[in-house]
Write a protein of this length. Sequence first.
Length: 364
Amino acid sequence: MEEKKTCLYDKHVAMGALMSPFGGFIMPIQYSNITDEHQAVRQACGVFDVSHMGEVLITGPDAERYVNHIFTNDVRGAADGQIFYGMMCYPDGGTVDDLLVYKMAAEEFFLVINAANIDKDVAWMEEHLEGFNVNFEHVSDYYGQLAVQGPEAEAVCEEVLGLACKDLKFYNGKKLDVEKETIIISRTGYTGEDGFEIYASHYLIRVMWDKLMESGRCKPCGLGCRDTLRFEVGLPLYGDELSAEISPVMAGLSMFCKLDKPEFIGKEALVEQKANGVAKRVIGIELQDKAIPRHGYAVLKDGVQVGEVTTGYHCLSVDKSVCMALVETPHAKLGTELEIQIRKKTFPGVVVKKRFYDKHYKKD
């Protein structure tokens, strides 16, 4: 299948970005280098092309009831503009995808899904429309998306892009009229820093990208540092820390599963997992060495494999080799000593919290 291109593809190529397939798209992995881009987001401001993400619009009298049926979090009674993180689950509790749900109005919800899962997610949602009076629109082809992230993101969005966003609280969004077009901007991101995500037509996304590049106040960032940034603050990536085989409970994301809701797909399985425990859990491991654990590497206890690495890096912000791993629950307690097989050697490590670096969201 031919890889798709975002509306900014030509601009990335012209800037000399390293391009590579990701989630069915040809995406920029890095421009200068991952370390510089990572530090720009932690210390100042970086911008990501995330136009590969998918969007679905749910409207109509049963919009809230339908979203609550397919989604683990609870959107009932939410204020307009409020945003929720959560998952869609299979009946057995496995994860279809993790996503953001924006409540734009009483009968209007905007869902943002992962690029690699767009076709699967849309099919899953459409399969569960029966019995709900809603209008379902798959709008991924219309929207491009920018993520402006870092401690200076608010000033950059206000001053360079002219977008009024100071008033937005964390995990809230709103519509703005820009050049005879309605866009969506939200105080959200995938980096652990303050930041904004902007959804607009391909034309406006290109205009905004050019303004940001010309300003010199925002470093272009690729998916390489997007992964290092999300990883070190403990945010999951579908396919690594969540999957059809890894439930939200196994991933340590039960707080986003409102088990007191009357019903949602997968609720019974997740209630059972919470009550009786799970066989495996996603944990953090810190190595006592500079060696880098990678996805798929074996996790051992006294020489016997008890799990495998889901994501691993030498953490740029704290100068430690760390990873997330899916391990058998008896070995998941904080302080447990484990080993990681890296090629032909094993390296000692200890179970730690999955957040290796503190988030710096603006929540006041």
